[in-house]
Design a protein around this ligand. Structure first.
Ligand code: EPU
Length: 424
């Protein structure tokens, strides 16, 4: 098992290029099942979740050609199977998008219950509610979800909670339905807009993505013959912005959309950092200890839960006592026990945590408990005094492209070491 060995402290300085968004890519790839044709997708992040999605699509009959590490050509004219391989789908969360896509394309889907980061309960009742509203019969049994329908018919779907996955799945299942579907209380994250833009480029008629009411006028067919570029990753960009602040460094992030980062920029100003927006880049610097702050995670455009652990590292070093309230996931403070091993003083209880700021962190052996926890601990290792050994980094590889090279190019001292059975 690989580990990262990080020697700190380092003030991160320089330029970094942000990759395509993981959470858009893992939805756009299954969305190609709705196309009866060939298309190209570029700015795909070179991460293990993308490779897993491609493997599943190939097993369903898609033909994929890798043009570069970040661009594929995908031919979905001959989809010959509606059963997604259970061993692969159970490995990551986004496999639930295969249900909406297969249902839309083939009127039938059988997909293993999704895996992914352990952040507490991750129900999919709103996804099922959307499929049923469109006319499907859905069953959950023996670790899999089976959905079948004779004809998908457009309808009104009201989401009881704001859910990224359920919103995208409802879009996927209704693009080829008969008539109009309206999704009320839809999620508004940049990757929702990106999935809608991708499908519209291929001939769908989706309006209002990015607002809380989305209207989908069903079309008969989606065509290919187009290249689509995945939106830059809001969360990867936010991770580097917070790494600049935590390390009291100065980073220029290229290939990002500053508007998607407003909620992070606002917090960085509040804690005493500097942010300069350009057209498709953003520069973040910090030259003092961060001020304390109160942070509450919320659906977009609120502060993203996927940046909560990285913000936790910043606040563990702040001047004074800070507070984070996690309002999306039940169990997203597992990283705090690891940060405390590095000298942080964090008390987490339920969905809240109190951060009594310390002046510095000290390197220690720590374990990534999930993807974003891994990114946070990597930042902690960069800013801590001495050596940090970061284990379970397969979580990080699921969602960050070339992470150690990117940090190294900013001055961090990081090595990847292969160590068998590191977690035993
Ligand atoms: N929820 C339900 N019922 C549902 C669906 C969701 O109760 O049917 C609840 C969840 O339990 C949670 C809340 O609604 O409390 C929001 O969940 P959402 O459905 O928005 O999350 P998701 O689609 O499963 C995506 C990202 C997560 C990110 C969340 C929130 C992907 C593949 N995953 O998950 O990303 O935290 O949205 O923004 O897009 C990550 O990238 O590290 C990650 C965990």
């Amino acid at each position: 098992m690989d580990k990262l060995v990080i020697s700190g402290p380092t003030k991160l300085k320089g330029e970094v290029t942000i990759s395509g968004a993981k959470n858009a890519a893992v939805a756009i790839l299954p969305a190609t099942l709705l196309i009866d044709g060939v298309c190209k997708i570029d700015n795909l992040p070179n991460i293990s979740d993308v490779k897993m999605s491609c493997k599943i699509l190939e097993q369903l009959g898609a033909k994929i050609t890798w043009i570069t590490d970040n661009e594929i050509e995908i031919d979905t004219r001959e989809i010959n199977c509606t059963q997604a391989p259970l061993d692969l789908t159970s490995k990551f969360r986004a496999s639930y998008y295969l249900i909406g896509s297969l249902l839309g394309r083939c009127r039938s889907a059988e997909v293993g219950l999704p895996g992914g980061c352990n952040l507490g309960a991750r129900p999919i009742d709103q996804h099922i509610k959307a499929f049923e509203a469109l006319g499907a019969k859905v069953e959950v049994a023996q670790g899999k979800i089976t959905a079948k329908v004779k004809k998908l018919v457009g309808t009104s779907i009201y989401m009881d909670i704001v859910s990224v996955g359920a919103t995208i799945n409802a879009i996927l299942a209704s693009v080829l339905a008969e008539g109009t579907t309206t999704i009320d209380n839809a999620a508004k994250e940049p990757h929702i807009v990106d999935v809608a833009n991708f499908l519209n480029t291929m001939g769908a008629d989706i309006r209002g993505a990015g607002t809380d009411v989305i209207k989908i006028n069903g079309v008969k067919k989606l065509h290919g013959n187009t290249t689509y570029s995945v939106v830059p990753d809001q969360i990867e960009a936010g991770t580097f912005m917070l790494a600049a602040v935590a390390s009291r460094g100065d980073i220029l992030l290229k290939n990002c959309i500053p508007e998607h980062l407003d909620c992070i920029t606002a917090k960085i100003f509040e804690i005493g950092g500097t942010v300069e927006d350009y057209r498709d880049s953003i520069r973040v610097s910090m030259n003092k200890r961060p001020n304390k702050a109160v942070v509450k995670t919320l659906p977009y455009p609120g502060f993203p839960t996927d940046l909560q652990p990285q913000m936790g590292v910043v606040l563990s070093l702040a001047d004074g006592t800070s507070m984070i309230h996690e309002s999306i996931w039940e169990s997203r403070f597992q990283y705090t026990a690891e940060l405390n091993k590095m000298g942080a003083k964090i008390t987490a209880q339920g969905k809240s945590a109190v951060f009594e700021g310390v002046k510095s962190l000290t390197g220690a052996p720590v374990y990534a408990t999930d993807l974003r926890a891994g990114a946070a601990l990597l930042i902690a290792g960069v800013v801590a005094n001495g050596e940090t050994q970061l284990y379970n980094i397969e979580h990080i590889d699921r969602g960050y492209e070339n992470i150690e090279e990117k940090f190294r190019s900013l001055g961090a001292n990081i090595q990847r070491v292969v160590e068998p059975n590191a977690n035993n």
